[in-house]
Design a protein around this ligand. Structure first.
Ligand code: DQA
Length: 157
């Protein structure tokens, strides 16, 4: 058995984030999904880690990617997008695999419509970063790697 710890994170982006750059730039900024994924890869590489990136507009595809992460990832950074506010199934997948989770939102969801204030994911996340734009992914990766490297991130629920 390989005793070396897995130094990989799953970076998951939910519905409509493929439109980043052209989608409501006043809310989400001008960076594209490719920019986000490059930033994630560079941030992780700087710490000696790597990433697997997935974006999907389909809940089931995201759930399958979360399940697959169980075998070769040490944590999950996820922007669940609209599924944040609606999906018990996505939350169940995240808590089901037991990997530490960082939840990221580009916009500050608490400054927006009321329906965005509730997240199904936040109660099971190690950390939540909202409103820092694409830098939120950088902060989340740095923090999650710190938590995992310190031996933390075990689920308390
Ligand atoms: C988002 C915020 C969500 O409310 C919204 O549905 C998104 C993007 C963000 O990154 O700010 O699609 O997760």
């Amino acid at each position: 058995m390989d005793a070396s710890p897995t130094r990989r994170l799953l970076i998951a982006n939910g519905p409509n984030l493929n439109l980043l750059g052209s989608r409501e730039p006043d809310v989400y900024g001008h960076h594209t999904l490719a920019d986000v994924e490059q930033l994630a890869a560079e941030t992780a590489a700087g710490l000696g880690w790597d990433v697997r990136c997935v974006q999907s507009n389909h809940e089931g595809v995201l759930i399958d990617a979360i399940h697959a992460a169980r075998s070769d990832c040490a944590g999950i950074v996820i922007n669940p997008a609209g599924l944040t506010h609606t999906s018990v199934a996505l939350r169940d997948a995240l808590s089901g695999v037991g990997l530490p989770v960082a939840e990221v939102h580009l916009s500050n969801v608490h400054r927006r419509e009321r329906f965005r204030h509730h997240s199904y994911v936040s109660p099971i996340a190690e950390l939540v970063i909202t409103g820092a734009g694409i830098n939120g992914y950088r902060y989340a990766i740095q923090q999650l790697i710190g938590v995992v490297s310190a031996g933390g991130g075990q689920r308390r629920h």
